[in-house]
Ligand binder design. Structure first.
Ligand code: NAP
Length: 261
């Protein structure tokens, strides 16, 4: 039977200097994986690395601005070097979720959201999935959002960028699954992270009527990501796993006057 253990794997986690990504990096390391912590902020990155090393784990920081395709592809090659020629697990987590009504969104924001949320995962998968397939297998987990599934005023760019990633998740499962690479996604609801600091009232309101009744902690999303990355999910391909406390969908559209992830 499959196992949650990740001993011997090399994992690349984008956006691992903060929030869900940092919690995921820590958990994958705890399960035995060597972890490459990706982000731009070297101070935060080195702090995550130090925390993992202090717990007896193996981690390195890889710096890159993932809005640039060339920088994304360079980072993939650097990750392969640091991983001794292998990346077995890719977690496409880095993302931004600015709020903007359509007529007010500047062109720079359209480009930035799509570059980071959609194009960076695309280029990372293009670089790394074939290397996983050549080595006999791997696992890719994309981090989406419940906002990918609804029309939410002010979140069109964000939601649509993640909806693209959800479709790509299924495409990549079809392309790489037969070659031993499982591709899945998690779809978190509201989560308390550095990125949502300042939106606490909104997160609480969004979560209030759901069975869970509260926003998630990053570690709760990390658990789902680590499961999908592990052999325990060996027969799971192309799913969009909700990890959302099940907020009522109407809450999203009614509450759309405030920013949220
Ligand atoms: P966060 O705390 O704001 O962290 C975002 C991460 O992305 C940071 O590590 C940041 O690292 C990295 N990042 C941002 N811009 C980047 C760039 N240009 N190049 C490279 N890395 C960049 O985010 P979070 O709340 O944990 O969210 C993580 C993911 O979960 C996102 O994809 C988000 O859409 C999704 N999500 C979040 C929630 C929520 O409620 N929090 C809900 C559903 C889905 P640096 O600053 O070091 O670059």
């Amino acid at each position: 039977m499959g196992s949650l253990d990740l001993t011997g794997r090399v994992a690349l986690v984008t956006g691992a200097t903060s929030g869900i990504g940092a919690a995921t990096a820590a958990l994958l390391a705890q399960r035995g994986s060597r972890v490459l912590v990706a982000g731009r902020d070297s101070a935060r990155g080195e702090s995550v690395v130090a925390g993992i090393r202090a717990g007896g784990g193996w981690a390195d920081f890889v710096a890159a601005d993932l809005r640039e395709a060339q920088s994304v592809r360079q980072m993939a090659r650097r990750a392969l070097d640091l991983g001794g020629g292998r990346v077995d697990i890719l977690v496409n987590n880095a993302g931004i979720y600015p709020f903007a009504l359509t007529e007010k969104a500047p062109e720079s924001e359209v480009d930035a959201i799509y570059a980071l949320n959609m194009k960076a995962p695309f280029h990372l998968v293009a670089e790394l999935a074939p290397t996983m397939a050549e080595r006999g297998g791997g696992a890719i987990v994309n981090v989406s959002t419940i906002a990918a599934a609804f029309g939410v005023a002010g979140l069109g760019l964000y939601g649509s960028s993640k909806a693209a990633v959800e479709l790509l998740t299924k495409t990549w499962a079809a392309e790489y699954g037969p070659r031993g690479v499982r591709v899945n996604a998690v779809r978190p609801g509201p989560v308390r992270t550095e990125g949502t600091a300042g939106m606490e009232g909104y997160l609480e309101a969004l979560a209030a009527q759901a069975p869970a009744g509260r926003p998630a902690e990053p570690e709760e999303i990390a658990e789902a990501i680590a499961y999908l990355a592990s052999d325990a999910a060996s027969f799971v391909h192309g799913v969009l796993l909700p990890v959302d406390g099940r907020p009522h969908s109407r809450l999203l559209t009614r509450a759309a006057c405030r920013p949220t992830a």
